[in-house]
Design a protein around this ligand. Sequence first.
Ligand SMILES: Nc1ncnc2c1ncn2[C@@H]1O[C@H](COP(=O)(O)OP(=O)(O)OP(=O)(O)O)[C@@H](O)[C@H]1O
Ligand SMILES: [Mg+2]
Length: 306
Amino acid sequence: MIYTVTFNPALDYVMNVKNLQSRDINRTESEQLYYGGKGINVSVILSRLGMDSKALGFTAGFSGMQLEEMLEKDGIKTDFVHLKNGYTRINVKIKSDSELDINACGPEIEATDVDALFEKLEQLKKGDTLVLAGSIPKSLPDDIYEKILQRFDSRGLNFVVDATGDLLLNVLKYHPLMVKPNHHELGELFSVNIESIEDIEKYAKKLQDMGARNVLVSRGKNGAALLDEYGVVHTMGNVPGEIVSSVGCGDSMVAGFLAGYYEKKDYAYALKLGSVCGNATAFSPNLASKEDIEKMFHNEFFNKEG
Ligand SMILES: Nc1ncnc2c1ncn2[C@@H]1O[C@H](COP(=O)(O)OP(=O)(O)OP(=O)(O)O)[C@@H](O)[C@H]1O
Ligand SMILES: [Mg+2]
């Protein structure tokens, strides 16, 4: 079973407004409510690929209940810790001539809540996969990822970490199955600019030397490169076209990689399925649907590249 953890999930309230005026009452033309959070996104794409997973993390209040209800309706298994106070955040995205995003900070997480999460993680067994993705809310210690991996390291789990800075560097010693910095994040780790595939190879190798098994570097509009655990570099471009929304592209790639890896234990295929899902989400207003992914999988581009 694959478990994902989202510390600070959110509902995104998207309001479509024509000619937004700052000193007037504005009215929307339409609005949508989506759920979000990096771990949750990974669970959603896994489910659309036909793979079971369970979304863990923290929810609170009426918005937390709404989030869980929406996930369950979409067939995603959940087992969240329910916080006593506050609300799961509602991020407001105003789409007008330009886009204005206001992200909330989210509820306070106390030490007893973290204990409750550790209790839930006790259900993980040998061979299970744990995906830790995204940043850490301010109320949590910034070594929380490290603490989780330390505690469950002896269990024979596969860890996947999509995080930045020290949060990522400090977990490499637990030999994660895969880490997925984008090229900016990879550069920041070593205070360099990543300009070429040779740079990616060089710095991905450094992450491997520090303990990572596979390093998947996503490159936004330029595709992705994978340095696999055997030292082979695989690269993949993108389907040409104008991106619709970049939200969840990286998370979709993580999900596709995992599904591809578990299906065939073949890294070229894992990168292909990761890229298929990343591209499918790039060309969708929100996360790619099952049909979007299937269509992208059969796109001539991916079949030509192998
Ligand atoms: N403009 C684009 N056109 C096509 N595919 C794209 C585009 N941008 C991203 N993708 C796909 O999504 C993958 C991940 O994108 P990106 O490198 O932007 O991830 P990220 O920065 O980690 O994103 P996130 O914001 O989700 O963390 C890319 O490797 C590619 O497969
Ligand atoms: Mg990312």
